[in-house]
Structure formats: structure tokens, C-alpha cells
Design a protein around this ligand. Structure first.
Ligand code: COA
Length: 200
């Protein structure tokens, strides 16, 4: 598979999203809350709250305009959210979690969600994106381990799965040190189900 060194429209073409049928992707709404929780439970299981990436998301709001929902006949079938973080001292976004309902997989929806999120992020002036995920899936968008070599996460992670993408120039060149959360804090009513359950 072709490796693209940076993000551009060509990257989306190589990633196989250009030319796919138009799938219904929009900004998520507060009404998606429980459907999203169910979708994430189905995709990742109960252990999802223990993931290291969750340490960067818990108690925070996703980045404005970068929480996406895919729906089929009004039912949530795909979710992708991005979060403000600091990569050392460099502002960046954390991509994830990404999940597509089992019955709707392998139709290009996951890649469409990523493409939509990256286009929105670049348009909004964001310069870099980090994630923890399988390189084989994300490399066609330009994500690479080489952008995260000097960075660490607040917990254990398989290093090969810690990837970065520069949306602009050499945005991650000086990024070194710990990745920390930087998003706006969520009100109790906006927090994740796990926190709601713990609080109950
Ligand atoms: C990963 C996921 C979002 C992909 O959604 P999708 O809508 O099926 O994705 P697409 O249709 O764009 O791509 C499907 C292709 O990617 C491949 N793929 C899926 N997950 C992959 C992975 N982790 N690594 C490499 N390839 C993967 C599929 O085998 C499929 O290949 P094909 O096109 O040759 O059949 C979905 O499988 C899912 O929700 N999985 C559980 C949660 C998860 O693992 N999220 C990602 C965390 S990094």
C-alpha cells in the first residue's frame, strides 16, 4: 500500500475514500449519547474505559465540530470524535474512538468518517493529529509512527500503534514529551456513561 507522507486530497484518494458512495455523516447531537455508548460497548467491550487514550478524553469535551455521527434511517451506525491535546507543547488533536456498527462494516464508512474528520480539522486550522490504532488502517491517510517517536502517552500502549499525522508543514517536528489533555472540561451531564454510572 502506498505511504503518503502528509495529508492532502491525494491522501484521501489513496486511502480509498474518494469515489465511495456518499454516506450520511454529520455532526453528532446530544441525543446520540446513549446510542454512541452502546456502539462503543459493542465495538470495544467493557474494557474500553481502561484504554490509555481514554486518559486524554475523560472529563473533557470533544473538539468543536469534530464529533461525527453516521446514521442509517436515523439510527447511529458510526461514530468518530477528536479531542484537543498537547503533544508536549504542540497543540494537536487526538483521533478516536472510531467505531462502525457490525452490520455496516466494510462499506467504507470507517474511512469516510476519518476523511471527513481530517478535512474538517484541516479546514478549522488544526495542524496535527495523533491516535492509537492499527497502522495498516491509518497509514493510507499519512499517519506514521515517525511523528510520535519523541512523544509518550499517559499509560501503556503498544508503541507501533501510536501514530501521528501532520496536517500542515512540519507541525510535529518539535513535538516531544508527554501528551496531555487540553480540551474544555465537560459538565457532569456531558460526561461518559462510565463516569455517570460511577457517580450514580
Ligand atoms: C475499524 C472499523 C471502524 C472499520 O470500519 P469500516 O466501516 O468497516 O471500515 P472501512 O469499510 O472503511 O474499511 C474496512 C476495511 O478495513 C479493514 N480493517 C478494519 N479494521 C482494521 C484494522 N484494525 N486494521 C487493518 N485493517 C482493518 C477491513 O478488513 C476492511 O478491509 P476490506 O475493505 O479489504 O474488506 C470497524 O471495524 C470497527 O468499528 N471496529 C471495532 C472498533 C475498532 O477497532 N476501531 C478502530 C480503533 S483503532
Amino acid at each position: 500500500m502506498t505511504l503518503i507522507s502528509n495529508f492532502d486530497v491525494q491522501a484521501l484518494a489513496f486511502a480509498g475514500v474518494v469515489g465511495k458512495p456518499n454516506l450520511p455523516i454529520a455532526s453528532e447531537s446530544p441525543a446520540d449519547f446513549w446510542a454512541r455508548e452502546r456502539l462503543l460497548d459493542e465495538a470495544f467491550g467493557a474494557a474500553r474505559s481502561g484504554k490509555t487514550a481514554e486518559r486524554l478524553r475523560e472529563g473533557r469535551l470533544p473538539a468543536r465540530g469534530l464529533a461525527l455521527a453516521a446514521r442509517d434511517a436515523g439510527k447511529l451506525i458510526g461514530t468518530l470524535r477528536m479531542w484537543h491535546v498537547l503533544a508536549g507543547e504542540v497543540p494537536a488533536l487526538l483521533l478516536g474512538p472510531l467505531a462502525v456498527a457490525k452490520a455496516h462494516r466494510s462499506r467504507g464508512l470507517g474511512r469516510r468518517l476519518i476523511a471527513e474528520a481530517l478535512v474538517r480539522a484541516a479546514s478549522a486550522g488544526h495542524k496535527a493529529v495523533l491516535l492509537v490504532g492499527d497502522a495498516a488502517y491509518y497509514e493510507p491517510f499519512g499517519f506514521s509512527r515517525r511523528y510520535t517517536l519523541k512523544l509518550s502517552l499517559p499509560g501503556p500502549v503498544i508503541e507501533a500503534r501510536f501514530l501521528g499525522l501532520e496536517l500542515e508543514g512540519s507541525a510535529l517536528k518539535s513535538a516531544k514529551g508527554l501528551v496531555t489533555p487540553a480540551g474544555a472540561r465537560a459538565l457532569p451531564a456531558q460526561r461518559g456513561a462510565r463516569e455517570l454510572r460511577l457517580a450514580a
